[in-house]
Design a protein around this ligand. Structure first.
Ligand code: ADP
Length: 148
């Protein structure tokens, strides 16, 4: 059983994140989406909202689980018995950051990180951009995965 955790803030969870999960399901048997909780960080969308929204998206997909965690990602992965960390990259800037994370996580625990390039049509979508639009009253629903 190949299991990956997909960690992030997901503030909010976008169609770019959703695309990474859908493509990741071709590689992994199970993906556990982990919403990282950092008490020093301020979030725009409450944790409970993010959890329930993401759970709704994958309600019909038994190979995707959603939970939150308040520890190092490597400890979360070990707890979930996941052999992989799944992440996405859009830009060179993401690449540098993701490389550092992957290196340190591998050094600390031996876990492998699998990086997927964002689909070109989603490469400009970021949670940061959506939070800005939301703050100024714009409709962000076109950038959020559809729920039934
Ligand atoms: P974090 O706060 O840990 O960076 P995010 O919620 O911003 O978490 O992102 C989680 C992961 O999804 C990161 O690897 C990020 O690079 C990736 N990601 C974010 N937006 C996109 C997108 N539009 N396409 C592909 N990957 C993305």
């Amino acid at each position: 059983m190949k299991r990956a955790v997909f960690p992030g803030s997901f503030d909010p969870f976008t169609i770019g994140h959703h695309d990474i999960v859908c493509r990741g399901l071709r590689i992994f048997d199970e993906i556990i989406i982990g919403i990282g909780v950092n008490s020093d960080k301020h979030y725009t969308f409450p944790l409970e909202t993010r959890l329930s929204e993401i759970q709704k998206i994958y309600a019909d997909q038994p190979r995707v689980k959603v939970t939150s965690y308040d520890c190092l990602t490597i400890d979360f992965a070990a707890e979930q018995q996941a052999q992989f960390i799944l992440r996405g990259i859009r830009t060179v800037k993401d690449f540098e950051y993701e490389r550092e994370l992957a290196d340190i996580n591998h050094r600390l625990s031996g876990i492998e990180t699998v990086l997927l390039y964002s689909a070109p049509q989603y490469s400009m979508i970021s949670s940061t951009m959506l939070r800005d639009l939301y703050r100024y009253g714009k409709d962000i629903s076109p950038y959020l995965p559809q729920t039934k």
